[in-house]
Design a protein around this ligand. Structure first.
Ligand SMILES: Nc1nc2c(c(=O)[nH]1)N[C@H]1C(S)=C(S)[C@@H](COP(=O)(O)OP(=O)(O)OC[C@H]3O[C@@H](n4cnc5c(=O)[nH]c(N)nc54)[C@H](O)[C@@H]3O)O[C@H]1N2
Ligand SMILES: Nc1nc2c(c(=O)[nH]1)N[C@H]1C(S)=C(S)[C@@H](COP(=O)(O)OP(=O)(O)OC[C@H]3O[C@@H](n4cnc5c(=O)[nH]c(N)nc54)[C@H](O)[C@@H]3O)O[C@H]1N2
Ligand SMILES: [Mo]
Length: 676
């Protein structure tokens, strides 16, 4: 079976329309977003000239590029002079190409001199990244090829609805099923993905860790662990064994609502298969205990001795168009290119050399996305923000606070394709090119580089992000080191990543075209499609178990807020909806915000499909249309997050952060349900 190289990417920001025919013939379908993405290239909603807010009437007026960029550079200089460089912030996105992510990081650290840069990936894959790095010493979505899963005996998907969020990957499940493989899906909803499952477990949101420990309890109890693998290739199993001893399936059932018999069955299906793979996605990860939850699932894969074995192991599914590459090259607050720590003296020395600056001149780690945004305009916080590739006014946690925070800024510049809710709050809006109009690389969940060549020209008046970054750097006095040519940026990125975890130093554009997975440390090196076969990139060469225990809900349910609210995606919309809410066919398919609830919950408050319901959490209330379905737990309500304004899910969601990853708690909060 041949798989399209772009499987890690998805939807609008990936290269949809251009290669759709290929996709169709190979994997039987690309999602609707891919088919319609081209509509936005020519949409009347497209931004085609820079806009600046006039202080007299507070309205946007078209200005020249020179004027717009001068305003941005002027604001950076003024802020720096009055408050210091750390008062200037940069916010990026996981949809940006590798080249953009890299140059944005360099802009922050070198041209502006600020530690304050982070990106929306913090709300996406950070828990999985933190857990994988701790357990394996590296964070690559899949340490194997997606197509390897076709031969996997049992796949367990935890909190992934890939049939709707990564449709091309569903072809892998089809092929795996045809080959006789089994599928376990853990999701509070019986999603289109769960409907394919041999076994569907439906936990109360936020209890996946208890389910994992219950499964591992059964594995240990029955002697199904791979002692040889554990002894030779891991550390820390004894502590895990001690914790899971207390998670007999009936106890896990009491916490999660998943029947003990199903927990036993899942353990048996994983342990008895020739090979098994455990895969998490946002449903398990976007919690205040998300990192530890992922660790609990990694423990299962390690205890079964599956990691590094053909068709087995642990993986996490990538989100955004460049969800993987976007977290490797320095747009993260604590990171230098090549997935290296900005606190590591050797990494600083090496990258500083490539950048032609003194290591001491590089700032240290900055605040994470949530902390950066929450402190905007406050004492010690960022006062001038440059933002590209994200729409936090819709998608950030505690969005109510984010509105106020963005409003407190002295200056906000947003580079976007359309007038997003965040761009609408800016002082200067820079209209930029999108996927089909520019060349760059993405890295998919397999660590495989994907070339995206310009297929068409951007509309007149539009520039691309690299040109924008380059021009800002120039106005800040950097005539060299910030050229906008993607291939040159890539070759510098490759050099800067040398020796890092995500080592691209042996990769150039030719090699990307031929297909290569990182690490690739030399031009003669073939790349690394499969990791962990021999060793783990940890100091000891062994993988690490972590003993983790379920903590009771961060937002306990009570009489006032008796239901659990969880949020996520629908097939027809992408993310904050900035793009898909402007495409007619998609709006037609899913026109308005709604809440999914079980008929029992609906009967309790006397509503039916189409009626309005009021959802109230400890933070805010929202009125949306009800959709009844018995595919959801009766105690759980599902709210897609693709809308802003009065339909914004993140006005409701919990603001607790995972202490290890700083991930927000998007997938669980307590809510009251009423008829409106
Ligand atoms: N159509 C579409 N596709 C997309 C996107 C999009 O916006 N729209 N976005 C892309 C991005 S950036 C990402 S990150 C991926 C995300 O892809 P997924 O992770 O598949 O998407 P979600 O809908 O966020 O969550 C998946 C499932 O988690 C379940 N869930 C909720 N709470 C819990 C829980 O506590 N435990 C468990 N086990 N499950 C739970 C939900 O019911 C949901 O079905 O999709 C990518 N693809
Ligand atoms: N409640 C709740 N909230 C969530 C989630 C959830 O499951 N539930 N999921 C979280 C996750 S996983 C994610 S990834 C975030 C995503 O949320 P956001 O960060 O808001 O992501 P997008 O909506 O993709 O925003 C991308 C913006 O960049 C623009 N854009 C697209 N391409 C380019 C480009 O090349 N250059 C520039 N400059 N701009 C471009 C788009 O038009 C859009 O306005 O939301 C998070 N928020
Ligand atoms: Mo994401």
């Amino acid at each position: 079976m041949e798989l399209h190289g772009d499987l890690g990417t998805d939807g609008v920001v990936a290269d949809g329309a251009i290669r759709v025919d290929l996709d169709r013939s190979r994997s039987g379908g690309l999602c609707k977003k891919g088919w319609t993405a081209a509509a936005l290239l020519s949409s009347a909603e497209r931004l085609v000239e820079p806009l600046a807010r006039d202080s007299r009437d507070s309205q946007f007026h078209p200005v020249s590029w020179e004027e717009a960029l001068a305003r941005v550079a002027g604001a950076i200089k003024r802020t720096r002079a009055s408050y210091g460089a750390q008062a200037v912030g940069v916010f990026g996105g996981g949809g940006l190409t590798n080249e953009k992510a890299y140059l944005l990081g360099k802009l922050a650290r070198v041209a502006i001199g600020t530690p304050c840069i982070d990106y929306n990936g913090r709300w996406c894959m950070s828990s999985a990244a933190a857990a994988s790095t701790r357990a394996f010493g590296v964070d690559r979505g899949l340490p194997f090829l997606l197509s390897d899963l076709v031969g996997t005996g049992t796949i367990m998907l935890v909190g992934s609805n890939l049939a709707e969020t990564m449709p091309p990957a569903a072809a892998v499940l089809d092929a795996q099923a045809e080959a006789g493989g089994k599928l376990i899906v853990i999701d509070p909803r019986l999603t289109p993905t769960a409907q394919r499952a041999t076994l569907a477990l439906r936990p109360l949101p936020g209890t996946d860790l208890a389910v994992a420990n219950g499964i591992l309890h059964v594995v240990v109890e029955n002697g199904w662990v791979d002692r040889d693998f554990i002894d030779r290739r891991t550390v820390g199993f004894e502590e895990v064994e001690a914790v899971v001893a207390n998670w007999w399936p009936e106890r896990a059932e009491r916490v999660s609502g998943v029947p003990a018999s199903s927990i036993r069955q899942a353990a048996e299906m994983l342990a008895m298969a020739d090979s098994s793979a455990v895969i998490t996605a946002r449903g398990a990860e976007q919690h205040a205990q998300g990192t530890e939850t992922v660790m609990a699932y990694i423990n299962i894969a390690l205890a079964l001795g599956q990691v590094g074995r053909p068709h087995g192991g642990f993986g996490t599914l990538t989100g955004q168009g460049n969800g993987q590459g976007g977290r490797e090259h320095g747009q993260k607050a604590d990171q230098l290119p090549g997935y290296r720590s900005i606190s590591d003296p050797e990494a600083r020395r090496q990258v500083a050399e490539v950048w032609g600056v003194e290591p001491d001149s590089l700032p240290g780690p900055g605040p994470s996305a949530f902390e950066l945004l929450a402190n905007l305009g406050l004492a010690g916080g960022v006062r001038c923000l440059l933002l590209a590739g994200s729409n936090p006014a819709v998608s950030a946690p505690a969005a109510e606070g984010i509105d106020r925070a963005l409003g407190r800024l002295d200056f906000l510049a947003v580079a976007d394709v359309v007038m997003s809710e965040t761009a609408a709050m800016a002082d200067v809006v820079l209209p930029v090119a999108q996927w089909a109009e520019e060349t760059g690389t993405l890295t998919n969940l397999e660590g495989r580089l994907v070339m995206r060549r310009a297929a068409t020209k951007p509309p007149e008046g539009v520039r691309n992000d690299l040109e924008v970054i380059s021009a800002i750097a120039q106005l800040l006095g950097f005539d060299s080191g910030f050229g906008p040519d993607p291939e040159e940026v890539f070759s510098e990125l490759a050099r800067a990543s040398r020796g890092g975890v995500a080592d691209y130093s042996g990769i150039d554009y030719d090699k990307v075209d031929k297909g290569v997975c990182w690490p690739c440390p030399a031009s003669s090196h073939p790349g690394t499609p499969r990791l962990f076969e021999e060793t783990f990139p940890t100091p000891s060469g062994r993988a690490r178990f972590f003993a983790v225990d379920h903590m009771p809900g961060f937002e306990e349910l009570d009489c006032e807020f008796p239901f659990v609210l969880t949020t996520g995606r629908v097939a027809a919309h992408y993310q904050s909806g900035a793009q898909t809410r402007r495409i007619k066919a998609l709006v037609g398919a899913c026109p308005e915000p709604y809440a999914e609830l079980h008929p029992l919950a609906a009967r309790h408050i006397g509503v039916t499909t189409g009626d309005l319901v009021r959802l109230t959490t400890r933070r805010a209330e929202l009125v949306v249309v009800a959709r009844l379905t018995d595919a959801i737990r009766p105690d759980t309500i599902f709210l897609p997050f693709h809308w802003g304004g009065s339909g914004r899910a993140n006005s409701l969601t919990d603001t607790s952060l995972d202490p290890l990853s700083k991930m927000a708690s998007f997938k669980r909060c307590a809510v009251r349900l009423e008829s409106a």
